[in-house]
Write a protein that binds this ligand. Sequence first.
Ligand SMILES: *[C@@H]1O[C@H](CO)[C@@H](O)[C@H](O)[C@H]1NC(C)=O
Ligand SMILES: *[C@@H]1O[C@H](CO)[C@@H](O)[C@H](O)[C@H]1NC(C)=O
Ligand SMILES: *[C@@H]1O[C@H](CO)[C@@H](O)[C@H](O)[C@H]1NC(C)=O
Length: 402
Amino acid sequence: MVGFKVFCFTLLCIFFASQIYTPLPDNIEESWKVMALDASAKTCIFTALFLENIGVMRFEEFISMIFMMDYTLPLSDEHITVTDTTFTDIPVRLYLPKRKSETLRRAIIYIHGGGFCFGSFKQRPYDFLNRWTANRLDAVVVAVDYRLAPQHHFPVQLEDGIAAIKFFLQDKILRKYRVDPNRVCISGDSSGGTLTAAITQEMQNHPEIKHKIKIQALLYPALQVIDSQLPSHLENEHGVVLTRDIAIKLVSLYFTKDEALPQAMKKNQHMPLESRHLFKLVNWSTLLPEKYRKDHIYKEPILGRSNYSLPGLTDNRALPLLANDSLLQNLPSTYIITCQHDILRDDGLMYVTRLRNAGVPVTHDHIEDGIHGALSYMTSPFYLHLGLRIRDMYISWLDKNL
Ligand SMILES: *[C@@H]1O[C@H](CO)[C@@H](O)[C@H](O)[C@H]1NC(C)=O
Ligand SMILES: *[C@@H]1O[C@H](CO)[C@@H](O)[C@H](O)[C@H]1NC(C)=O
Ligand SMILES: *[C@@H]1O[C@H](CO)[C@@H](O)[C@H](O)[C@H]1NC(C)=O
């Protein structure tokens, strides 16, 4: 029986590898590497889907196994002391510069991506980025993990992030690590960008939180799911690494295991009638700059077809684009990176417009040849120049603004 499964599996892999070729956009640099990256990612995804369908393991369990092969231990080097510890009971990895400093240091809290379902600060690219940040900026970096979907749904991920950050922002802890309370940043990529944006909204709007965040950095973040037919969704439906189907599968698991949600979301029919008033907050025909609207024609999502009620889908703590202007106007100076060839591109672009309309200072870098997850391709075997370029833009913005 096992032999038969292995046989089918091998056959399917071979079949798949031959089918997998995605035509790349013209302006992608190092295109053969990107092609190899895309083929590897899609082979993993296909294998995970196959194993889920034959009942061996869940999709995200297989992908997690692959991610875990890339986990690192907390290794100190000559400049930085690296330790794994917990804030309350949330796992964090601390990067503390060894050099003596007369003045208090800046701090960056980093929240990793992984579609809410996998990943950790232990992954090599994040360890590399956070160590680099601590070193370059002579800053304290706190990388935060959180409980993952689908074992845990929204708002657990958000609550874990907030708990760890509140712990860090206590006077006695800031003193212990010699951090300047007025110079703290939160950063995150992809689903970590979702959490970063939501946590920042929460922290800045709560009077009982004494130390506010000075700046936030959102790196190709996901910021809404209520409209699943944005121009970037359609243009990148079969996009490099992250396809529309997989994005929908992962984001659905943030809210529920019910298969009805991703099915309805694929057709843009997943929202209830009562949510009509929210669509002006994510209306791409008004919020996207003309350049990105191109000749796409705005179609309103079909409301009221789904029977379940999922409060998270209308909650700005899950989907930061749903915050009203009075919540947005208290936000700190913000850095947003969007990538042209990324299904999440328009989420970031619309947030840029909404924040600027609310009077929040925004620095926006759009990467014309960017693909989703670019910062995860800074270490072997998928060492892309693109990842390093984005890293350097992010670090230089931090250095100037924090
Ligand atoms: C979105 O904006 C367009 C105008 O650009 C408008 O016609 C449409 O009614 C708006 N839809 C919603 C749901 O706000
Ligand atoms: C929703 O509920 C109604 C009435 O209970 C039922 O007729 C309809 O088939 C359901 N629709 C879906 C998509 O489950
Ligand atoms: C904005 O949203 C917050 C939180 O959802 C709510 O408490 C507040 O009343 C809203 N403000 C306006 C002006 O609608």
